[in-house]
Design a protein around this ligand. Structure first.
Ligand code: C2E
Ligand code: MG
Ligand code: MG
Ligand code: MG
Length: 268
């Protein structure tokens, strides 16, 4: 339209902006409907013990499944959800869902925690209530960015959470959040998840490989476990096994699956 209107007209929307606005509207609709009609589900992606090859636990990953079976993935709605008024009820649902599955499956399950939920003053109490008496750990995944945003406060919240013996803290997307090595020393987490971007580059780039090696070594010396995320090939798997990563997660071993598929896998 700007063309027809001549050179002096200011264009308010670029094509990109239009697309952004459209996808925001779409996300809002999808999200609102999901809340109203209870359309949130979890898929579960296992992670495996590198030494034994056995399933060590699952990570819960949210999806919206609409009435005609269409699945929406977090990239389409998670940012909006985390800023929305629905976050609190979603978090309650997530904690309940995951604690029920831990009881039923008797295996550790991770749940991704948004920054806003984590910093809510009642968060620790709420988690403690759900984690009480579980037969296996509930693992809370928080991102390194969230932690680094306010390390002192994060440390305090983690202290509080760790009063419960079956709560574990896992640092998600580790290596992407600009933390310095000295913070690794202060991280009172149980697990470090090495970000997919390192796993991707590690085979071609020697320096990346050295970083991964170093993270694994340091984590081990500090008494933390490591999970390598996004492992897609045998070559990556073999290299990480060689480097003594504790756990491996990724499409090479298993994609996120429905509850029913996870149960089938556990029965095998
Ligand atoms: P994340 O926690 O880092 O989860 C890992 C993402 O990588 C998942 O995407 C998973 O499906 C994907 N993935 C796993 N293995 C591979 C692989 O080998 N290759 C590739 N290319 N990808 C792999 P998903 O399920 O789309 O989730 C994306 C992000 O959305 C998550 O990243 C997490 O930050 C967020 N998220 C997911 N579920 C929840 C939730 O219940 N609550 C909150 N607050 N955030 C969530
Ligand atoms: Mg995660
Ligand atoms: Mg991750
Ligand atoms: Mg990641």
């Amino acid at each position: 339209y700007a063309k027809e209107e001549g050179e002096n007209v200011i264009r308010f929307h670029s094509k990109e902006m239009e697309e952004k606005i459209e996808s925001l509207f779409k996300a809002e609709n999808v999200l609102q409907k999901a809340v109203e009609k209870d359309l949130f589900i979890f898929h579960y992606q296992p992670y495996f013990d590198t030494k034994t090859g056995k399933i060590a636990g699952f990570e819960s990953l949210v999806r919206i499944k609409d009435e005609d079976g269409k699945i929406y993935y977090p990239k389409d709605f998670i940012d909006l959800l985390e800023q929305s008024e629905y976050l609190n009820s979603f978090k309650k649902w997530a904690l309940k869902e995951v604690s029920e599955k831990i009881k039923k499956w008797n295996i550790p399950i991770s749940v991704n925690i948004s920054a806003r939920s984590f910093k809510n003053p009642s968060f620790a109490q709420e988690v403690l209530e759900h984690a009480k008496g579980l037969p296996a750990p509930m693992v809370l995944e928080i991102t390194e960015r969230l932690y680094m945003d306010n390390p002192e406060q994060s440390k305090q919240i983690i202290e509080e959470l760790k009063k419960c013996k079956n709560i574990r803290i896992s640092i998600d997307d580790f290596g992407t959040g600009y933390s310095s090595l000295s913070y690794l020393k202060d991280l009172n987490a149980d697990v470090i998840k090495i970000d997919i971007s390192f796993v991707r580059k590690m085979l071609e780039d020697e320096k990346t490989r050295i970083i991964v090696e170093m993270i694994i070594t340091l984590a081990d010396k500090f008494g933390m476990k490591t999970v390598a995320e996004g492992v897609e090939t045998k070559e990556q798997y073999d290299m990480l096994k060689e480097m003594d990563a504790d756990y491996i997660q990724g499409f090479y071993l298993a994609k996120p699956m429905t509850e029913e598929e996870a149960e089938k896998l556990l029965r095998r």
